[in-house]
Design a protein around this ligand. Sequence first.
Ligand code: HEM
Length: 326
Amino acid sequence: MTNCKVVAALVGFGLALPGIALAQDAPLEEQLVNQMNKVFGVHAGFRANHAKGVVVEGHFKASPDAAGLSRAVLFGGTEVPVTVRFSDSTGVPNLPDGSDDANPHGMAVKFHLPDGSDTDIVINSLKFFPVSTGEEFRDLLVAIAESPPDAAKPTKVEQFFASHPTVPAALGTVATPDSFADEAYFGINAFVFVNKAGERQAIRYQMVPDKVVHLDKAEAAKRAPDFLMQELPARLKQGPVTFHFKAQLAAAGDSTKDPAKPWPDDRKLVELGVLTIDKALPDSDEAQKKLLFLPGQLTDGIEESDDPMIDVRNGAYAVSFSRRNP
Ligand code: HEM
């Protein structure tokens, strides 16, 4: 999605907002946010999903290999400033960080390019998505909303899990980290790199820390409610945190449009560069309200794949942004 299209999407959804009543004929993007509001509640000023987060800053420096894959200016080798938001899942802004529901954790990165534009990646700690399409994600949210604690067994959500085995499989790939810095994050949706020669390569992003440290459930439950949000700024006072930004390359025949289907582990991984985080923001809570990260906010040299979920995400994030900044 170009910057112009992003603005058009925002204005379009902003003007079309009918409130949060469920309308069967509402666009899918609105139905998704409506269902999130139903499952997680409406919390004024907060994101419909990944409501609780912390914003930090740093820079990205590309490796020489990155430019061979993509002509994007971000991979040119000069240092690019970044704004990063780490988050807990769900639209519940006071969810304890150690709760199982806070998985998967999110990482959203805004690369500030030399020409004044931005390009974003919005990734999380699931190795692959629970369902294949935006429609199925809506149906999963409907099943959750229709499965209160006193629902008859098997509940709607139990039935959905049974008919969509990728849901329990995907949820089985996440655990609570001991720090946002000790977690690996995955792009899940495929994008296409285009290099200077016009060669195209489908990729999926990975953001790999120096080490992954996961807590077991009992240990996670004992942690303070905001331990992840507080640990990162404290850690940054001791020194920077780094991640290795990588691209997993698709081989012939790998599906680029099914985010519930991971590519085999032996696919080539190319190091795109090192992301360094060195500064916490004193006004993180204020800053995150105004920030909008979009998976389709791209720059020349990076394109959307044929995965329709990317545009559905762009639309849903724009709806959520319009509602949290009325
Ligand atoms: C159809 C599928 C999806 C829908 C409908 C959806 C919806 C949303 C919405 C409405 C928000 C709040 C946006 C805002 O207010 O700014 C959000 C945030 C987020 N989503 Fe998704 N999402 C989907 C798939 C994914 C996938 C596949 C990933 C990871 C690869 C992901 C990672 C995140 C992250 C990290 C955030 C927080 C962004 C931030 O910090 O601003 N989502 N999502």
